[in-house]
Design a protein around this ligand. Structure first.
Ligand code: ZN
Length: 225
């Protein structure tokens, strides 16, 4: 999911990694320094529009590398979440580094994510949403105001992620990706069309900014551009 909140988080937010609070955490998830910047797929590419394969083999170098690449690419694109099919990989995996509504920061990855059913009477939250695979536009979309995602980490250990507000939105958006659904698929016909038109006007600027950020991030992480 792409970031649209302009305000900077507080200097030392509470940080949660894989759903558990940690005392300190670096500016970038350590995976990013090992990862590569991969091309981000765009709406219309087949891998984005179907349910992806469940991860069957955990603890493999390939899966660890995928998580590394997803983190690196997400930071280059200044996103708060990124799914594997957004870098062209057919696997139900996503990463996130997302603020919550209380100044907290949530970082992690999950394989084979499944959303808990929305509790009866659970409220909806209306906010703007964007996507790195629909580069440029944002559109208002209602989402469940709380979300719980269950899955596994790259080594196969169970993971439970819970969030409210913006974080809940991110968890829903990224889980949707793994099932082949984009946020624009949840918009009305007219809103969807508008988003795609805006994308065609904005995408070149977005790509130019990504190239700049890629070079800067390589410097920050001490890896070659
Ligand atoms: Zn997205």
């Amino acid at each position: 999911m792409s970031e649209q909140h302009a305000s900077e988080p507080p200097a030392e937010p509470r940080v949660f990694v894989q759903g558990r609070e940690v005392d300190s955490y670096p500016r970038y998830a350590p995976e990013a320094a090992r990862g590569r910047y991969l091309r981000v797929t765009e709406v219309g590419e087949e891998v984005l529009h179907r349910r992806n394969a469940d991860v069957a083999a955990f603890g493999t170098p390939e899966l660890a590398r995928l998580v590394d690449d997803l983190f690196h690419t997400m930071y280059v694109c200044e996103g708060v979440g990124l799914a594997a099919n957004q870098v062209g990989v057919d696997a139900r995996v996503f990463v996130f580094d997302c603020p919550d509504d209380d100044g907290g920061r949530h970082v992690g990855h999950v394989c084979n994510p499944v959303l808990d059913e929305r509790p009866a009477g659970g409220g909806l939250d209306l906010d703007e949403e964007g996507c790195l695979s629909v580069p440029g536009p944002h559109a208002e979309l209602p989402r469940a105001e709380t979300a719980t995602v269950r899955g596994f980490d790259r080594d196969g250990a169970p993971v439970v992620l819970e969030g409210a507000g913006y974080l809940a939105r991110c968890l829903q958006h990224e889980t949707d990706h793994t099932y082949g659904r984009l946020y624009i698929d949840r918009l009305g016909k007219r809103e969807r069309k508008k988003a795609l038109k805006q994308m065609s006007e904005m995408r070149n600027d977005v790509f130019a900014r990504r190239e700049e950020t890629a070079a800067k991030l390589a410097g920050d992480l001490g890896s070659p551009p």
